[in-house]
Design a protein around this ligand. Structure first.
Ligand SMILES: [Zn+2]
Length: 303
């Protein structure tokens, strides 16, 4: 019965949001998934997945997406929270598709928490050379309000919310969120579920740190834990273990070719990750980009 009720909620929400999109003419879709204990995942497939925890203590949100999606995100959470504003926000890291909604919510009174390196980056952004991106610009209205280093506990809406830092992982600013009683985790971009991950080598990320980060998530999870990914569908421990195996294997394949003296272009020409392509390739991180990630991680150089 509960499952049917959840399904009905899900279908209604999709219907509602589609109608909203139609009115706005923006054409964006949003999917709301009820993960229990008043925790909802808000997914647009265009930016980092958002989570909200709603209750009498207020609205807690994980990540804020982009300017062009933030109104839709807020509108959707307001339908769930009966028109409450968001009170407390955590940015899982500094990438723009997770923080560009900060200014919008800050103007409406939200307190924003993040690892100290999120603020450092927003104050002095660096280019992501690996993607050919120039430095973005952020004004102070995007900056977090409170620095959270690691192992912080928040009590809100009947949940013990634990925040963990994973050094040199996806970036050098990652925190993941554990909703203890609900057995739900928001892993930020430590999880690109069943997709090649983006690892931001230009900004302190590393393949070894990324794997260690996923292992840390697994350590605090169990087989029933619902793990919200930064990008992709809700994951389980099995999905995270599959990522570790893929990353370990592909890293050693590229390392071997580097040791043979091959250049990045020569390695790409061999298509050594072809057998992973079907399962892991996606629009943002192709096999070639995964090769570049490992190459850059191992050599510290881009060609
Ligand atoms: Zn990211």
């Amino acid at each position: 019965m509960k499952k049917i009720a959840q399904l009905v909620t899900f279908i209604c929400w999709c219907g509602f949001v589609n109608a909203h999109n139609h009115d706005k003419g923006k054409g964006f879709d949003i999917k709301v998934t009820d993960l229990g204990s008043n925790i909802f995942e808000l997914r647009t497939e265009r930016s980092g997945n958002v989570a909200v925890l709603i209750g009498t203590d207020g609205v807690f949100m994980v990540d804020t997406q982009m300017e062009h999606l933030v109104e839709l995100i807020d509108h959707t959470q307001k339908k769930l929270s009966r028109k409450r504003d968001v009170n407390l926000i955590l940015n899982t890291h500094f990438h723009r598709d997770h923080v560009r909604g900060n200014a919008y919510f800050k103007q409406r009174g939200a307190i924003i928490m993040a690892h100290p390196n999120v603020r450092r980056y927003l104050e002095k952004p660096k280019a992501i050379k690996m993607l050919g991106h120039i430095s973005p610009s952020f004004t102070s209205e995007y900056y977090p309000t409170i620095d959270i280093a690691t192992n912080t506990l928040i009590k809100m809406n009947g949940q013990s919310i634990e925040l963990y830092h994973t050094p040199k992982a996806h970036t050098n600013s990652d925190l993941f969120v554990v909703f203890k009683e609900a057995n739900v985790i928001h892993a930020g971009d430590l999880v690109f579920n069943r997709r090649f991950p983006f690892i931001d080598i230009d900004n302190g990320g590393s393949v070894a740190g990324y794997i260690a980060g996923i292992e840390k998530v697994i350590k605090v999870a169990n087989t029933d834990t619902k793990i919200i990914s930064g990008h992709g569908q809700t994951a389980t421990i099995a999905d995270l273990e599959a990522s570790i195996i893929m990353l370990t294997e592909t890293h050693s394949i590229i390392k071997e070719l580097i040791q043979q003296g091959l250049s990045l272009e020569a390695i790409k020409a061999l298509a050594p990750l072809d057998k992973y392509k079907e399962k892991w390739d996606w629009a943002f991180i192709s096999s070639d980009r995964m090769i570049t990630t490992h190459y850059y991680d191992i050599t510290g150089m881009l060609e």
